[in-house]
Design a protein around this ligand. Structure first.
Ligand code: PMP
Length: 426
């Protein structure tokens, strides 16, 4: 048995499925997960000492590459001053100020410890603020694992959700209306019928949890219009896209102002953090100011805040996002060319430092499109690339991430490996 197999075997005895988050288990691609021993820049090394070029980037946070010196130093310094106080700190005020400065729709913000907590709290706040129960989400969008959000439902108009997970009482999900991503007519029909009962629409403004799916022209604006007309709040879940697709997230890129925004991943630079923020009148409804309860023992954790501050400061360097976007564009163009040369039906897309690779002829616009791609071909490609030292996300339904340390040499090495991998797919 190899060391990875040995560790996986051992992990499975004490950890369900051997992992602490399901996708890590390689269930959809098969095989043995790599146990990571360390990481630096664009690379991770597994327990056997094998090095991989990493396009998972901790599922988004590692935008500066792994273990950036300035962030590690900030973490070290903060840790020496104490790990958690359960009392306010100046650093958390600085982080809040920075988020408010950088993202114009955020007038006030509260820190939590994960993306799940951020979206769960934002939904509760929207319901508390509006006094309404129903929420709208889109099939294929993931917003963390709070009960009322674990709903995918079948496709089709006005489908009220059935829980996608065991352990969620149908009553909890009964207020969740699930629509098709990019289906503007579906949104208009839902509001025509239930407008006065809808507390909020929550959306990934660039979907990154059904592979990468871009918003169709006009889709986000239609959400903004319908919410404004019917007194519902628009929540942009920018846990993945925040500070990833551009300096003001997807809302800056597409010019839409949501009422509430959720953040995590990049804003913690790899430490556990999340945030939700937005309109001052809405945020004023949260305890201790208002009746909507929300709290956290480790919220605003000083070590996580230090990592977040150091990360966000580095992201403000001139030209950062232009370079990140340029490197991501080179990657997807190179992958397209390599697939074409190998005669494999393939397309790819990117937004800022996020990308999608699809084993189908054109980029998808919905979960149905993604599902109709050649998943077995992706799985073969994944393993062929992995065997050549390139680690993509282990599922055809996940987006990929590029860091600022993915320089031209790293991209070239990736594309050489990919060219061989595509030939093996065919
Ligand atoms: N929202 C989105 C858009 C996400 O991508 C994720 C995590 N991938 C979450 C929420 C949940 O965040 P966390 O895993 O930190 O709880």
């Amino acid at each position: 048995m190899s060391r990875n197999e040995d560790l996986f075997d051992r992990a499975c005895r004490t950890i369900p499925g051997g992992v602490n988050s399901p996708v890590r288990a390689f269930r959809s691609v098969g095989g043995t997960p790599r146990f990571i021993a360390r990481a630096a820049g664009p690379h991770v090394w597994d327990a056997e000492g094998a090095r991989y070029i990493d396009y998972i980037g901790s599922w988004g946070p590692a935008i500066l590459g792994h273990a950036p010196a300035e962030v590690i130093e900030a973490v070290r310094e903060a840790a020496l001053g104490g790990l958690s106080f359960g009392a306010p700190t100046e650093a958390e005020v600085e982080l809040a100020e920075l988020l408010v400065q950088r993202v114009p729709s955020i007038e006030q913000v509260r820190l939590v410890s994960s993306g799940t907590e951020a979206t769960m709290s934002a939904i509760r706040l929207a319901r508390g603020y509006t006094g309404r129960h129903k929420i709208v989400k889109f099939e294929g969008c993931y917003h963390g694992h709070a009960d009322s959000l674990l709903v995918k439902a079948g496709s089709g108009l006005l489908t009220f959700g059935n829980p996608t997970s065991a352990g969620v009482p149908p009553e909890f999900a009964a207020h969740t209306l699930v629509l098709d991503y990019n289906d503007q007519a579906g949104v208009e029909a839902a509001f025509a019928r239930f407008g006065s009962e809808i507390a909020c629409v929550i959306v990934e403004p660039v979907a990154g949890n059904m592979n990468l799916v871009k918003p169709a022209p006009g889709f986000l604006q239609a959400l903004r219009d319908q919410c404004s007309r019917h007194g519902a709040l628009l929540i942009f879940d920018e846990v993945m896209t925040g500070f990833r697709v551009g300096p003001q997230g997807a809302q800056g890129l597409y010019g839409i102002r949501p009422d509430l925004t959720t953040l995590a991943k990049v804003i913690g630079g790899g430490m556990p953090i999340g945030a939700f923020g937005g309109r001052r009148d809405v945020m004023g409804q949260i305890a201790p100011l208002g009746p909507v309860y929300q709290a956290g023992t480790l919220s605003g954790n000083p070590v996580a805040v230090a990592a977040g501050l150091a990360t966000l400061r580095l992201l403000a360097q001139p030209g950062f996002y232009e370079r990140l976007e340029a490197q991501t564009a080179k990657l997807v163009e190179g992958l397209r060319a390599a697939a074409a040369a190998a005669g494999v039906p393939f397309s790819a897309d990117h937004v800022g430092g996020m990308f999608g690779i699809y084993f189908r002829d054109t980029p998808p616009a919905s979960l149905a499109d993604v599902s109709a791609s050649d998943v077995p071909a992706f799985n073969r490609f994944f393993h062929a690339a992995l065997a050549r030292g390139v680690m993509f996300a282990p599922s055809a339904f996940e987006a990929g991430f590029v860091s600022i340390t993915h320089d031209d040499a790293v991209l070239q090495e990736t594309l050489s490996a990919a060219a061989e991998a595509f030939r093996q797919v065919r």
